[in-house]
Design a protein around this ligand. Sequence first.
Ligand SMILES: Nc1nc2c(c(=O)[nH]1)N[C@H]1C(S)=C(S)[C@@H](COP(=O)(O)O)O[C@H]1N2
Ligand SMILES: [Mo]
Length: 559
Amino acid sequence: MTKLSSALGFGALAGALVSAPLVGLMYLADKLLDLPFVPFALFDWIARVTPGPMITFGIDMMIEALLLFNLSVAAAAKTSEQIAAILLVFAIGVVAAVIFFAVLRNSPVHGPGLDAGWISRLFSQPVPGLVLGLIVGLPLTLVSLPMGQSTMNPIVTSVVLMALFLVWGLTLGYARRRLFQGVSAEQLVLGGEVRYANVINRRQFLVRLGATTATITVAGAGLGAVLAQGEQARISESVAGSMPAEEMKPRRALPNDGDPVTPAPGTRPEFTPVEDHYQVFLRTEPTFIDISNWVLPIHGLVANPKELTIENIRNNYTSRDQYVTLSCISGRIGTSLISTTWWTGAVMQEVLADVQPLPEAKYLVIKSGDGFYETVALDLIASDERIMLCYAWDGEPLPFDHGFPLRIWLPDRYGMKQPKWIIDIEVVSEYEEGYWVERGWDEVARVRATSVIDTVAVRDVFEKDGRQLVPVGGIAFSGARGISQVQVRVDGGPWQDAQLRTPLSETTWVIWRYDWPFAAGDHTFEVRCAEADGTPQIEEDMGNRPSGATGIHSRKASL
Ligand SMILES: Nc1nc2c(c(=O)[nH]1)N[C@H]1C(S)=C(S)[C@@H](COP(=O)(O)O)O[C@H]1N2
Ligand SMILES: [Mo]
């Protein structure tokens, strides 16, 4: 007889010690054989099947937590998701071990003596451990097959993953026997001495088990990390190699270089370096698309279906360049999920004309390599020649984590309407909801006008006409509708006009600055803007859901 509490306690301990190397080895298997990484695949599957309101609630909780710790959402969100995914699989392992120990707590332990080799101990009485491995491993393997990113054949994937889970189960079975062997009725009769010996044995065993599993975990994760670097290098090479050097376009000086309105010190860069551009994607990791076997089928209600290569897309249609600010509908007021770079792509109107949509055609259904999808109305494309199939950012192939090899750009829309990693375009007659629309977000997702204070430059006070001035500055953005006015007020006083810098284009944010007459003390600064046609930004605080956040951004400063 084993006490329940001791079964639970040892189950948790053994579960933790044996599940850590399982995760380490799964990571190694991912990097070594290009298998799906089970924690990420499971997490992505949960995100996929969880109903919209719940998934949004989960994301909200995570963002609140990040904001609480003063972390940048843009920088920290993915890392926290990845950590959560790993902890989840680890926790599943521990809970399964606890249940395993509890269920079997009264079943007798026998087998080779304490001095037998570990292999024979591992495989003596194998059935319970194998059953455990099967029960936990099978669903996780099945989920990983479609969700994981992997080029490996599904049979090999299943065999390797199941082997890992079965060994994990066997090891837990072994650990259970080893921990409870000796606490038999017979030995209990012998009294305190044997019990004492068994405790020592347990301790020794746990220390040895811990040392072994820690070594395997660290070795697996370490080797995996080394291989991951090689993988990154191969990805960069594949992306760079997809475009001949002579087609890469070095960007010339920014078009507003000489503008007299200079950003207040501390304003974000007007042009976001590509490596700093915010990223949002469904999965735990960005999707890598192998360009060597990528073509874009455009099919459905068309007279002339096509399969376009990336060279076709770059060379057969007019290429357009555009400075673009992209923003995410899930951002709060003052969000970090907004960035600006230089987009190059093929004019979508020409690509469409090439496939000759039939009269009944009304929409494009665009599908992505990560399972994302969105619908774009043909009317919208007909109304705006700027809409492009984008293949380059800042003159170079689209970075793999921003949608390589192809993404669409729709002026005036939030990012959620604009698929990256495009793999298929179907021309249809019936409207279909896109991925985030199905999950409760705005169907149109037109960008809402917002303005943000980036800086109150208290250390850059300067004198002008005998007055001490404090530069205050930031951005204002209203999609493709332009900004005609930005106003700042201090401590609830009158709204004052800020100066506007000429934007990089009519589809980027506008940098503004307001030089405020210095007054010592603690102050609150607020900002608002109006669109080019005079429409004021919505001042009322409304959450980001479903149509994008509105409200006044404010910032406190002490002078
Ligand atoms: N395939 C795919 N496209 C996608 C997404 C995605 O998850 N998968 N996210 C969308 C969202 S919500 C945003 S805000 C933008 C972000 O683009 P970026 O990561 O290049 O900044 O991509 C959009 N396109
Ligand atoms: Mo987004």
